[in-house]
Structure formats: structure tokens, C-alpha cells
Design a protein around this ligand. Sequence first.
Ligand code: ZN
Length: 419
Amino acid sequence: MKQEIIDRLLRYVKIDTQSDPESNSTPSTLKQFDLANMLVNELKGMGISQVSIDDKCYVYASLPSNIPVGHSAYGKVPAIGFVAHVDTSPDTSGANVNPQIIENYTGGDIVLPADNNIIIKMDENKSLQRCIGHTIITTDGTTLLGSDDKSGVTAIMTAIKSLIDNPQILHGDIRIGFTPDEEIGRGANYFNVEKFNASYAYTIDGEMPGEINKETVSANACIVRAYGRDIHPGYAKDIMVNSIRAIADIIALMPRDMAPETTEGYEPYIHPHKISGSVDKTELQILFRDFKTEGLDKQKEIMESIVAKVQPQHPKTKIELEIVEYYRNMLNDLEKQPNGLDYLWEACQRVGVEPFWSPIRGGTDGSRLSAMGLPTPNIYTGGQNFHSKTEWVSIDFLEKSVATIIELAKVWTEQSIKN
Ligand SMILES: [Zn+2]
């Protein structure tokens, strides 16, 4: 199976599927269809007849239950689904990916062949310690690898093929979903939960084996706009009102101990991440993130009190604050159907990885899908350093993702007989 995983992953990462946040269409880039269409053909080639792709580049497929009539599980196993995204991050080029394959990794730093300045350092990549003897795939140093999330795509495709090849493994209906534009936050936008028709789903889009995710932060955006008045600086005395200065004072008062660069784990953060403007208008975009949704109200109060302090110092500047609601911690939705989490835990243990729940300090497609009524925790892929030229993946660990998917199908079947 290892060679099949390598072949698939290499085939998929060589297709450029970078998404584009500047585009307003879906998919944001047409090249995402290149991989999506390939997956449709490969699924058909495996003999799956229920496969479709829509004009927004969402692929849906279904492997029908093979539980025979008369079996004690017949008709009882809920449909479960597996979801991965085909796009890669806009942060780093995904064109002409030229992977480096390291067989039997012996430890130590990994120098990337096309740019010797880019090094995957062992002291910065603690999980490399766990990969001695593994097959590691990296880039050549000029692009990202796209293991995020083509490893997830590979895991799902390989697991489905294995289920087809091993009919003695009894499973219920297995749904497959591939989405575009996850990296620009739109992966769930046009996901048709009704058409997917699963009781429960798992995204395969995580990192090291054992790490599974049922919690994301809750998120809002905060936009602060300051309006000034522009005039030629040579004649500006007592007339010019510089909106940039008001925003600068606001940023100076933002809490340093509640920033992404000073927090970790479950600690909330307020993050000024984008600023644009000129004398007459300046806009500051801020992320509010907290695992407790109520915490977002506190973050709003913090920003309101900062604006209230700064406003009197700039009486001629009009300052506005706007809050836009984003996504919510998916734990609230997942706990309504806790067996899907228990089964995942069980499946991890059965394939020999020590599971642990790890909070995600951002959002996933799973948080959006969970809110849309499809509970969707997240599973590891064995990849690391996403979105960068130092991205790498352990094929041995990716094999664990494949095994976990297959085991999940078994656990759902076994448990439905008991219940
Ligand atoms: Zn991803």
C-alpha cells in the first residue's frame, strides 16, 4: 500500500491547484478542476458509479454499503463521510512542484536540493524525531508541497480503493467529498450537505498522527475605520486631519499579551492583521479569536474602550468600529452526537496511534460543516509546515491516516450492531 500512497500523492501534488483570495468566483481558480476531474475519473475507474462534480468544483461520491441482507448490521449503519480539499495555499507557489523523496530517513536536518538555504531543521521540527526510518517527502525548496491537503485526498482515495479490494470488511454507505477554496476560507460555502447525505463526517486535514481535533476557536472580524481630511501638506496647518495617526494610536493600545505571537493553547487572541489607508481614510482589520464564544464579546468591549480613549485625542477624526460574525467553536455541535468522537478515538487506538484532542487556533471546513448540521471533526495526515517551502509529509504516517479511515468504517459497523 505504501507505494500506492506515494504514487497517488506525487500525482496529485504535481497539479497546481492554488486558490486565489482576490477572485470572487467559485472555484477561485479554474485549475482546481484539473485535480477534481482527475479524482472523478479515478473514482469511476475504481468502479464507483455514484460520482459527480458540480460547476463550483465540489466532488461528491458514494461507496455503497456492502452489508448483506440478513446480516445483523443490515440497514443499521449510518452513512459516514470523509472530506478533503483540493486547493493549496495562496501563501506559496504550488506550480511545478518537484518533490524530493527520502527513503529510510536517518535523522538530521534536510537540505532542499534546489535552494540550499532552505533547510528543514530537526530542532524546529520535533516530529521528525518520530520519523526515523520513514519515507519522507519534501519539496525541492522552490514551492510548497501541497501535502495540505493532497495527503488528505490521497488518504481518502487509498482507503476507498482498499475497501473495494477487501470486500470482507463490512461497511455502511461511505460518502466522499472533495472541496475547492478551503485555504481562502470558502471551502464549505457551497458544500451541499443534503446531497452529501451523511450522518457524520471527518475532514482529513490535520498534522501528526494521534492529533485529532474537535475544537476550533470561535471567530469574529473587527474592522476599525478612521476618516480624516486630506490637503496638500504645504498648506495643511489646522486643516489636515490624518486618519493614519488615529489608527496608529489604536494599535498602540491593543493588548500585547493577547496576541497570536504571545499566546498558545486555549488562550484567546486579538490580532491586527491588515491595514490599508491614506490620510483621508484608514482601515484596520482585526481578528477576534476565543475558544469560548462569550469571549468574543469581551474582545469587542476591549476594542470599544480603546476607540473611546483614542477618539477624544482626535476630535476631527471620525472613528467607526464594525464587527462581522465568522465561525463558532465546532465542539458545541459535535457534542450533540458524541459517538462519532468516541469511534474516532477507538479507531486511532486500533491502528496503534495514541490519540489526543488538540484545539485548533483557527477555523476548519469542519467547523463550518458542523454548524451546517454535519458534525465533522478533523483527522491527522502526517504532514507538517503547511503553506511553506519547508512543508513535508511522512508516508508511513500517511499510511496511519488511511488505516484510521478504514478502521472508522469498521467501528461504525460494529457499534451499530451493538446499539
Ligand atoms: Zn488544509
